[in-house]
Design a protein around this ligand. Structure first.
Ligand code: ATP
Ligand code: MG
Length: 557
């Protein structure tokens, strides 16, 4: 391992030499999946395991043939280039088969989590003008409930079972004759321009209603940064990213960059109740070599007896999606001997700030801007701020980084807001240290202004996490007559701890010791759990609104 690390290019070398060439025409289905299938017929692409221990393996050759069949089925039901298709599937192999098929077809696919309610589904289908939905029998009722209110929805397909009004994948595959593995050659079908729309993602909805993010066919190439540089993937690696298929994160870690590099992906199909520790024996048994999961999962994993597992094959670990508290990195290192390489990005981007293997890690920092991404920190007027000063994260648009989204769908107002001054502003605040490392402060709306100070919730949360009783914490501003806002922490205690007055005092004392005392939470409330998005992110705005409501109620009496 030491040798390999010594051979890694330096960050400066990468910035000078790493480029991604985008051809005029590009199609991930043909140019990656089929290309591997033709080059190496036996090359393993995916190991799939479910919670019952069932296992399936797919080569690129299998995926080429299965996706061709799926293209033929879609064509048969009138789906063509440019049509929008929603994929609401769990981590079942059909998600990959249909994703590749829709990409080959030039249809615009839209992943959705199976956790959506009929109301969420209706909102999404209407907002994105969805023409076809692909799901499972157990979720068909939700679609039926809202179908009549969604006039664009012309085709419904279930990957299992049979139902009136629905196309059945198993039936299509075999009756009246086996569905062909060869593509029906339609004019124009095989050619997608790199600038053509590829997909529509819905953002996580951490700050309000999810937004629709459009990416072009060049987007998969942008994930070379995510997979090759950050996940440190090579062709004989086995990579696991924990993410629902409904989120952008699955494109980060379960599809594009991994397969462009030629690595194998490991899929753990989680359907029912999930305990993060279930994945530890899998990492061991399958010899997963590189691993990525969000901070919420790491926070659960470090509660396990990590040294019970033999993780010798695990070479490299990453985290993104939320800020990662240094305390979590410390505990993971202690239990596994591996550090965690942090990365920053959005549904709107690929990895754009990160810590790469070979780079010095600074626990609590996201890392440095990725090759191809020119990132600056600006004040509210669009002027660069100094070293150590808080600024808005801005991504320079010229030259446009490969993997940056095309824009929000049908949302001129939001596009106008985020694309300005020659930059795309991500909506997050950070500062840069003298070594060029970026440190996350908070989302624009989460920064607390109290008694003239500006306080980033993440720093306070990280200080709280260092207290032995604290499992998770969310920090928001709570309205206060005197100070405008005061810092308030909502805390979930570790098992075995009870909420008491003396514990409050002790936690406050601890924060004052590890961070500047003016940041300490004057108010602490112990809760059973924190409000989270279905992708597991803390919704601080709900807590903020709760505090505001309590304040209004108290003052109107
Ligand atoms: P919405 O835009 O709908 O409110 P969201 O922003 O949570 O939802 P995502 O695109 O899934 O949707 O998340 C991107 C956001 O996650 C970033 O803008 C940032 O706030 C946060 N994030 C991602 N990586 C990191 C990181 N390493 N450290 C801190 N925050 C991060
Ligand atoms: Mg966002």
């Amino acid at each position: 391992m030491a040798d390999e690390e010594q051979n890694l290019p330096s960050y400066e070398d990468l910035c000078a030499n790493f480029t991604i060439n985008v051809p005029e025409y590009y199609n991930f289905g043909f140019d990656v999946i089929d290309a591997w299938a033709k080059k190496d017929r036996n090359k393993l692409a995916m190991i799939w395991v479910d919670q019952k221990g069932n296992e399936k393996k797919y080569t690129f050759f299998d995926l080429m043939r299965l996706s061709n069949q799926a293209v033929n089925i879609c064509l048969k039901y009138g789906i063509k280039k440019g049509d929008r298709v929603m994929l609401m599937l769990p981590r079942t192999p059909e998600w990959w088969i249909f994703t590749i098929a829709l990409i080959k077809l030039g249809a615009v696919y839209c992943p959705a989590t199976t956790m959506l309610t009929p109301k969420d589904l209706k909102y999404r289908i209407q907002a994105a003008d969805i023409r076809m939905i692909i799901t499972m029998a157990e979720h068909a009722d939700k679609v039926e409930e809202i179908r009549e209110e969604c006039p664009t929805l012309a085709v419904r397909l279930m990957i299992d079972g049979v139902r009136d009004g629905w196309v059945s994948y198993p039936v299509e595959l075999d009756y009246p004759a086996p569905c062909s593995h060869k593509l029906v050659n339609l004019p124009g079908m095989h050619r997608t321009k790199a600038t053509d729309p590829l997909l529509i993602f819905f953002t996580s909805g951490t700050t309000g209603e999810p937004k629709m993010v459009v990416h072009a066919h060049s987007y998969p190439l942008g994930h070379l940064v995510t997979a090759q540089l950050w996940h440190d993937l090579r062709p004989n690696d086995l990579h696991l990213t924990i993410s629902d298929t409904g989120w952008g994160k699955s494109a980060w870690g379960k599809l594009f960059g991994q397969w462009i590099v030629g690595a194998c992906i490991f899929v753990y199909d989680i359907r029912g109740r999930f305990h993060a520790t279930e994945i530890l024996p899998l990492l061991e048994r399958y010899g997963v070599t590189t691993f990525c999961c969000p901070p919420t999962i790491y926070r659960m994993l470090i509660l396990a007896d990590l040294d019970k597992f033999d993780l010798a094959d695990l070479r490299h670990c990453c985290s993104a999606g939320e800020a990662l508290n240094p305390e979590v990195i410390r505990a993971w290192e202690e239990g596994t001997g591996r550090t965690i390489y942090e990365g920053y990005g959005q549904t709107e981007t690929v990895l754009c700030i990160g810590t790469l293997p070979g780079m010095k890690t600074k626990p609590g920092s996201m890392g440095r801007p990725m090759p191809g991404w020119q990132i600056e920190l600006h004040d509210d007027d669009g002027n660069p701020v100094g070293i150590g000063d808080e600024g808005r994260i801005g991504i320079r648009l010229d030259p446009r980084p490969v993997g940056l989204f095309s824009g929000y769908l049908d949302n001129g107002e939001e596009n106008h807001k985020v694309f300005s001054n020659g930059f795309y502003y991500t909506g997050d605040k950070a500062y840069m240290d003298e070594d060029g490392y970026f440190w996350f402060i908070g989302r624009d709306d989460d920064v607390i202004k109290s008694s003239g100070y500006r306080i980033g919730p993440f720093e306070v949360e990280s200080a709280l996490m260092e207290h032995p009783a604290v499992q998770e914490a969310a920090v928001v501003g709570s309205p206060d007559v005197l100070r405008g806002l005061v810092v308030k922490a909502f805390i979930v205690l570790k098992p075995g701890y009870r909420p008491t007055e003396s514990l409050v005092k002790d936690i406050q004392k601890q924060v004052k010791q590890v961070t500047a005392p003016y940041k300490y939470p004057r108010l602490i409330e112990f809760v059973e759990s924190l409000p989270k998005t279905i992708s597991g992110k803390i919704k601080r705005y709900e807590l903020r609104e709760l505090e505001m409501k309590r304040f209004m109620d108290n003052n109107s009496r």
